[in-house]
Design a protein around this ligand. Structure first.
Ligand SMILES: *Cc1c(COP(=O)(O)O)cnc(C)c1O
Length: 225
């Protein structure tokens, strides 16, 4: 089941790249395995998947231990609490959900020196929803500058979780806005756009996504959130 969904997703991503004039293989599939078992991750791994995203620290660590022999690149995509930065800095290659200078500083300070810099994205709240974390578009330029100076993290780009929309054009809008805001910064290092989930990956790819974060369409529905 996971194997065939994986193959189907890759086809969908490659077709969307062609449809929206994106470079071939410019979009990376990040398999979001939160709430899913190590066995499910292993099934996706066997199908060829290498990048996995988790949202909860403790849950992720447990699975990382079970899957220690696998060559997996782990991404953290959930809300970052200050008391978890050390674990994240130690056990992940990427954190997509950085939304303050304070968190970025802690991740930089706590990144073990034996490891390469931690890749991070700034999470931007483009739909302006009260409930969602993320910085505003106005805060983006200055935060990019400050975070870029930190030694043990590498600012790669932005992440967004827009308000869910059914309509394709409405799905594209917030991604377009954020893409243009990043382009204006004129910083070639900022080339990661962590855009798109199961329900809007085509719209995200149309607007420049370089990482799509897919859970449900790969692993099936989650039993809890
Ligand atoms: C759960 C989650 C996803 C995956 O969502 P699906 O709709 O299941 O594809 C993507 N990004 C973040 C930040 C998530 O928390």
């Amino acid at each position: 089941m996971i194997h065939s969904r994986f193959k189907h997703l890759l086809v969908q991503i490659r077709q969307a790249e062609i449809a929206y004039n994106r470079k071939p293989e410019s979009v990376l599939l990040l398999a979001v395995s939160k709430t899913k078992s190590a066995k499910d991750i292993a099934a996706a791994y066997q199908a060829g998947q290498r990048h996995f995203g988790e949202s909860y620290c403790q849950e992720a660590l447990k699975k990382q231990q079970e899957l220690g022999a696998f060559d997996i690149t782990w991404h953290f995509i959930g809300p970052v609490q200050s008391n978890k930065t050390k674990v994240l800095a130690t056990h992940f290659a990427w954190v997509h959900s950085v939304d303050s200078l304070k968190i970025a500083k802690r991740l930089s300070e706590q990144r073990p020196s034996a490891l390469p810099p931690l890749n991070i994205c700034l999470q931007v709240n483009i739909s302006g929803e009260q409930s969602k974390s993320g910085i505003t578009l106005n805060e983006l330029p200055q935060l990019c500058e400050l975070v870029s100076e930190l030694p043990n993290i590498k600012l790669r780009g932005v992440m967004a979780i827009p308000m869910p929309e059914e309509d394709f054009e409405l799905q594209r809008q917030p991604y377009k806005t954020l893409y243009q805001a990043v382009a204006k910064l004129n910083n070639p290092e900022l080339n990661t756009y962590s855009f798109g989930m199961s329900g809007d990956l085509n719209a995200a790819i149309a607007e420049g996504a370089t990482i799509v974060r897919i859970g449900t369409a790969l692993f099936g529905a989650r039993e809890y959130k």
